[in-house]
Ligand binder design. Structure first.
Ligand SMILES: [Zn+2]
Length: 158
């Protein structure tokens, strides 16, 4: 059975409530699936939904970073795209190519609504993660582990 959609008010409430991440942000990297380091880390909070932060870095271009706060495995209620290209398909025609923008869950656009952040966001993964946690009211006292080393595939060395 499909899960009921989360509402904008619920997403805002979850985002604004104090939350925490225990432990360190550790990367996983499977070169057979592409040049991406990924991390998923649970978020502690008082709501009856599962909350996780997903992080992805393109190891070929390590300034291409995305973070997402995901509820119930399906709903990206907050996101941060660094040095990524796309436009808003709903709401307005703002475009980032490439650029840094945040995503916010809205009733009209779901997770597609993006806006330019009010503050400058570093392209350094550790500093950017700390800003993302602050934006989402997540206290994080762990470490962001070093990114894995990119392994070149046969296509790259030929
Ligand atoms: Zn984006």
């Amino acid at each position: 059975m499909p899960q009921p959609l989360i509402t904008e008010a619920e997403a805002d409430q979850i985002s604004a409530a104090p939350k925490s991440i225990d432990g360190d942000l550790k990367w996983e990297y499977d070169p057979s699936t592409g040049p991406f380091a990924k991390a998923v880390i649970p978020v502690r909070h008082d709501f009856a939904v599962e909350l996780r932060v997903h992080a992805t870095v393109n190891l070929k271009e390590p300034s291409r970073i995305t973070f997402a706060l995901v509820a119930s495995r399906n709903f990206r209620i907050r996101g941060l795209c660094i040095n990524r290209s796309h436009g808003n398909k709903h709401t307005n025609n703002e475009k980032w190519r490439p650029g840094t923008h945040m995503h916010r869950w809205t009733n009209k656009c779901r997770d597609r609504f993006a806006h330019t952040p009010h503050q400058h966001i570093s392209m350094d993964v550790e500093r950017a993660f700390i800003v993302f946690c602050k934006e989402c009211d997540i206290s994080f006292t762990g470490k962001v582990m070093a990114l894995p080393v990119l392994q070149l595939g046969l296509d790259d060395v030929r």
